[in-house]
Design a protein. Structure first.
Length: 199
């Protein structure tokens, strides 16, 4: 399975159209956005409409520039566009778990409550698991600004316990394109240009 994932495009239509062209190629199975597709929700409906043209599953969470309701509204007209915040999306051999918003806290109690549902999905569905959060997990290359780690400890703890195959995040533009591992979990900030990942 090949995933095209991106984050923090912030209304850049030119880069979004490049994502769509890459997504249309036969090798891509799903497209995932880890939030901040817009600048504070501006032209959000149009941005989601652009990505809807891939005619493949487009899974998205809100970042800190959108909220859950805005993303749900923008996705509603398009069957292939799915808000996965606090939800799962499952295919034949994989599950995608999403949690949007944030990016500024070290501990997230609401995320910790959501992980109970995530663990249930992992147990029931099996196969490959992909975690999508806007905030990066703590203590990796994707949350390191200078010498300081500014990511989220709650997300890191879930990755350690649940062992997803892939964790996609963003929020920190300075770490776009960087990747790391927590145990066997690949952690990546794909940036606005996007990354193709094979699972």
């Amino acid at each position: 399975m090949k995933i095209l994932t991106f984050v923090d495009s912030h209304g850049n239509i030119s880069s979004l159209k490049k994502i769509v062209e890459r997504a249309k190629k036969d090798d891509i199975d799903i497209v995932i956005c880890a939030g901040d597709i817009s600048i504070f929700g501006d032209k959000l409906d149009k941005l989601v409409e652009i990505v809807s043209k891939i005619q493949k599953p487009f899974l998205i969470i809100h970042g800190n520039h959108e909220d859950e309701a805005e993303i749900s509204r923008a996705c509603k007209p398009f069957k292939n566009c799915i808000n996965i915040h606090k939800a799962g999306f499952s295919g034949p051999n994989f599950s995608v778990l999403g949690y949007g918003g944030g990016g500024f806290s070290k501990i997230d109690k609401k995320f910790e409550k959501t992980t109970k549902m995530f663990n249930k999905v992992i147990k029931e569905k099996g196969g490959k698991t992909i975690l999508v959060t806007h905030a990066p997990p703590y203590n990796t290359e994707v949350d390191k600004i200078g010498k300081e780690h500014v990511g989220n400890r709650s997300i890191r703890e879930f990755i350690i316990s649940a062992k997803p195959d892939l964790a996609v995040c963003g929020h920190l533009h300075e770490t776009a394109g960087k990747k790391d591992k927590i145990g066997k979990t690949l952690v990546i900030n794909p940036g606005y240009k996007g990354k193709v990942i094979t699972l």
